[in-house]
Design a protein around this ligand. Sequence first.
Ligand SMILES: [Zn+2]
Length: 214
Amino acid sequence: MLQLAPLIDIPFDRRHCCWFCGEPSDQQWSYLKETYTPHPSLTVPCCKECLKLAKQHKLTSIWDCKMAVKDELMRIYEKHLAIGVNWTKQELEESEFEDKVFGGFKKSGWMMYEIARDRVNYSGWPLSLNGVVIDDYGYDASFSFDGVNYRSVSQAIAFYAKQFTLDKRFLEDVIAIVGKDRFGFAIRIAQINIAAVPELKKQVLNELREEHQD
Ligand SMILES: [Zn+2]
């Protein structure tokens, strides 16, 4: 496995766990530091699904990235999570679903709900490299811009991308480079390049990265 940054310390009882969701991990993902990233480059163990999601939502820190992975898991497993909202375990067991039609749902429905719930709720473990704790400075996921408070920076990105029909992925990539403190600037970049072809967007990102290097 290609490891581009040091692997975080992994507690013995979590040695097979995805750092994002707690599912069995068979992958690793390296978060490479940009100028504004408040922590060193590092590698975390993860499952295949979280690896894919994390790559798409790097944002400005591993903690923001984790929030975005959770948001995506909630979106992907919305139907599974709804089972727990609409039913209690007992109701589901006692329901009069015809066994032939809904039997499978009765048996697996609650389990699917529990798995999705536990993945979304999983809090990982504090990050450290070679025994040195990486301070998250009491990381607070909430983010405010233009007088509005958002649950997370990824929620704010999703909102703006929808309002202005912007390329969400591109906006995220810009924010990963310039930092969430320059959210307004990132939105302008996304607006200016709204009709740009992928190659041009890539070029814009490269130029931004050059400008923002130490
Ligand atoms: Zn995972």
